[in-house]
Design a protein around this ligand. Structure first.
Ligand SMILES: CCC[C@H](O)CC(=O)SCCNC(=O)CCNC(=O)[C@H](O)C(C)(C)COP(=O)([O-])OP(=O)([O-])OC[C@H]1O[C@@H](n2cnc3c(N)ncnc32)[C@H](O)[C@@H]1OP(=O)([O-])[O-]
Length: 718
């Protein structure tokens, strides 16, 4: 709703009320229509201020309403009516003016904001465009070039930047509503024609066509198949080339196409998934709402390889002091050079409100005795990690939280060698740890609510999307990756090339296909894990069946040839030299694959991109169903957030589990059955019981899966 009050000096104050972000629900829109009418009709009112309750102007259209029929007054005529009012209307912006919220402000004649306010048109991130006149009014106000940037990226900008761009008329460090009220009194009676943005011409550079073509080309390349950024450019072309009314028609038509697309549904689902995962719970009943985490002010990181260095930076960026420990002198010397530079770069990029914390480098584990939380980030080797945890248990106080950055080892085994297993929890970062948004918080069977809450809160402080997961080999992300990688290798055996597999996945929307990604991460990482698992190495029978199932030794053989990826200048592709970035097809790989197939009597066949996608993605999705059934993830949103934020799953496809729903669960089941029939020695292709159950239950939408999962859970950690 919206409330109306009359202030001294003939000012009407309209306050939007819809906590927590005053989204423009049907009731709020109706409230605005009614109160604006009232202000218009009241002869004693000469000017109007619109603000939002609780220091937040407006977070835009109510996204929850998008799923149902459109009720209440529509936004476009409502904003148009405000613009047409013959009494000055000022938007007093505190907190946020995003999406429809900023569009509402653009319909007002003046905009005044608090210096801490954030503004933006983030609709593109929801698969939409600013369709309440945003694509037509903003370029008329700030020019085509700046509007293209804001609308196609959806980025939030500070009040200072908005002032510079000309979106705001004034910015204040004190109360924006009070200033707006004073201001509107001072402009009452002045002509408003030049303040009605819809009547202005759009300032454009002389070579408008070439600018639009250039931006369109950039957007197409960056968006990896997403429709909304392209539609945003089309709408802005209309703003630059057509009269306002026709521009609005174009905006409406483009919005209609986007609104009904699967991509918009996927992106809105991704928006809510990101928020759902913050609300973690444990089987004990402990959850985000009833558990208190500790506020950490001093932490330590053990191991300063690539991951450890990134973790140190991520922690220091929160303002806490960090003890960075590395026992190998050479590695320590390198890290103490590299880490401060990384910190400085990242702090500069983020323009931090609080200065970064102090980092102390040490080669002595004893130096962590005073910290409140330790993150172990040594080599992925259980014996080594156990040794570190035993040492930590003797050095640290019994109340210290001990965390491991393991990417898949048993957290409970690590907890068992400490004095307080309840204070042991996994914090699985993704490389580079100070940049990547995902954090898997691994809850062992003995992890206390306090330990989980602390890790989740710390993740939030570091700006991560933290997802609580159960303790199983590979946790959630890497466990699902295993069948995906496995299928990619099998496809090479059967006749595909690394390029064909990568192209199919990149066409789907991944920033990099599986082989280019493996070259970037280093092929030795997986090789070491397979050796630890006894799947390869001296004494292991070199057959294509290992541990009772089909196995492809191809990646091991590539490593044995000294090809470890980008770092050695050769892997599944060739590069310009060690550390090179541009992947080129390598004749060596083709000859190697042919020789391998000939040696094993395999006849290469032509493999269509559809089969590549089905085999890789459905195997991964199938493992996701197993994970849900075993309660290693609390819901499909958790898996989807992990894949979107940690594994490059295209956001406009929602995540693997959402994608399965979009394809149709029946279809996924049928194709898995088909591929399992053709490859009975690949257990990962055998459809999960949960998937069968969901299909038998009528393939409910992803939001309803929990009802089936809870009936079906094998054992539960989350
Ligand atoms: C014709 C139409 C044209 C128009 O152009 C279309 C639009 O405007 S599209 C819209 C364009 N606008 C956007 O894209 C802005 C989207 N919103 C944001 O970016 C952030 O929420 C914001 C920065 C505002 C606050 O961040 P923060 O302080 O970290 O807080 P938080 O993020 O944790 O959210 C708190 C709670 O509010 C909920 N909720 C939030 N916004 C909306 C909404 N619009 N609606 C409904 N609900 C919304 C959110 O789900 C959460 O609920 P819960 O049940 O407690 O989990």
């Amino acid at each position: 709703m919206a409330t109306y009050s009359r202030l001294p000096g003939s000012v009407a104050l309209i306050t939007l009320q819809n906590p927590p972000v005053n989204a423009l629900s049907a009731a709020v829109r109706q409230g605005i229509v009614d109160t604006v009418q009232r202000a218009l009709k009241d002869p004693k009112v000469t000017s109007v201020v619109i603000c939002g309750q609780n220091g937040r102007f407006c977070g835009g259209a109510d996204i929850r309403e998008f799923a149902g029929p459109m009720l209440g007054p529509p936004l476009v005529p409502m904003i148009h009516a405000i613009e047409a009012v013959d009494k000055p209307v000022v938007a007093a912006i505190e907190g946020v003016a995003l999406g429809g919220g900023l569009e509402l402000a653009l319909g007002c004649h003046y905009r005044i904001a608090h210096s801490k306010a954030l503004l933006g048109l983030p609709e593109v991130t929801l698969g939409l465009l600013p369709a309440a006149g945003g694509t037509q009014r903003l370029p008329r106000l700030i020019g085509l070039t700046a509007a293209l940037d804001l609308i196609t990226t959806g980025r939030h900008i500070s009040a200072a930047e908005a002032l510079k761009l000309g979106i705001l008329d004034q910015v204040t460090d004190s109360n924006a509503v009070d200033l707006a009220v004073d201001f509107v009194r001072s402009v009452a009676g002045q002509p408003l024609d030049s303040r009605r943005l819809s009547t202005l011409a759009c300032p454009c550079p002389p070579d408008v066509d070439s600018l639009l073509d250039k931006v369109m080309a950039q957007v197409r390349q960056r968006s990896r198949g997403a429709l909304a950024p392209v539609a945003c450019v089309q709408a802005l072309r209309a703003a630059a080339t057509l009269p306002y009314t026709q521009g609005m028609e174009k905006e409406r038509d483009l919005m209609a196409t986007l609104f009904n697309s699967g991509q918009a549904r996927a992106l809105q689902y991704a928006f809510f998934s990101q928020r759902v995962v913050g609300k973690w719970s444990l089987p004990s009943g402990a959850n985000w709402n009833n558990s208190t985490g500790r506020t950490i002010s001093k932490a330590a990181v053990i191991g300063l390889g690539t991951m450890g260095r990134g973790i140190v930076v991520a922690l220091a960026l929160t303002g806490m002091s960090v003890v960075a420990v590395e026992t190998q002198e050479k590695q320590l010397a390198e890290a103490s050079q590299a880490v401060p530079a990384m910190l400085q770069r990242e702090a500069g990029r983020r323009s931090l409100a609080t200065p970064p914390g102090v980092i102390t480098f040490s080669s002595n584990l004893q130096d962590v005795s005073e910290v409140e939380l330790v993150i172990e980030a040594v080599f992925e080797n259980m014996a080594l990690k156990l040794q570190v945890f035993r040492h930590l248990a003797s050095v640290c106080g019994p109340g210290t939280l001990l965390c491991s950055n393991t990417s898949g080892l048993d957290m409970d085994q690590l907890a068992a060698v400490t004095k307080s297993p309840a204070l042991v929890v996994g914090m699985h970062f993704f490389a580079p740890a100070h940049v990547m948004k995902l954090l898997e918080v691994v809850c062992g069977p003995r992890s206390s609510p306090e330990a989980v809450a602390t890790a989740m809160q710390l993740g939030k402080r570091m700006g991560k999307v933290s997802v609580a997961v159960g303790n199983c080999p590979g946790f959630v992300g890497n466990r699902m990756l295993k069948p995906y990688l496995e299928q990619a290798n099998f496809l090479l055996e059967e006749g595909a090339t690394p390029q064909q597999v990568d192209e199919a996945l990149e066409e789907f929307g991944f920033p990099m296909g599986v082989f280019r990604m493996s070259d970037l991460s280093g092929l030795d990482v997986g090789w070491r894990i397979r050796k630890e698992a006894g799947l390869t190495g001296p004494g292991v029978e070199p057959s294509r069946t290992r541990q009772g199932r089909r196995y492809s030794p191809l990646p091991d053989q590539v490593c044995e040839a000294g090809r470890l990826g980008q770092k050695t200048g050769r892997g599944w592709y060739q590069y310009d030299g060690p550390g090179g970035r541009v992947a080129r097809s390598d004749p060596w790989v083709h000859i190697f694959l042919e020789a391998y197939r000939a040696q094993h009597g395999l006849v290469a066949r032509s493999i269509a991109p559809e089969e590549i996608l089905e085999r890789c993605l459905y195997a991964l999705i199938n493992e996701g169903f197993n994970i849900l059934q075993e309660a290693m993830a609390a819901g499909p949103e958790h898996i989807d957030a992990i894949y979107v934020f940690g594994y490059g799953w295209p956001r406009h496809r929602g995540g693997p589990m959402f994608h399965a729903g979009q394809v149709g669960l029946g279809r996924v089941l049928e194709r898995l059955e088909h591929h399992h029939h053709n490859h009975p020695d690949v257990p990962h292709l055998e459809p999960s019981t949960l998937l069968r159950r969901l299909v038998a239950g009528g393939s409910p939408p992803v939001q309803k899966w929990r009802e089936f999962i809870n009936k079906d859970r094998v054992h539960s950690q989350l």
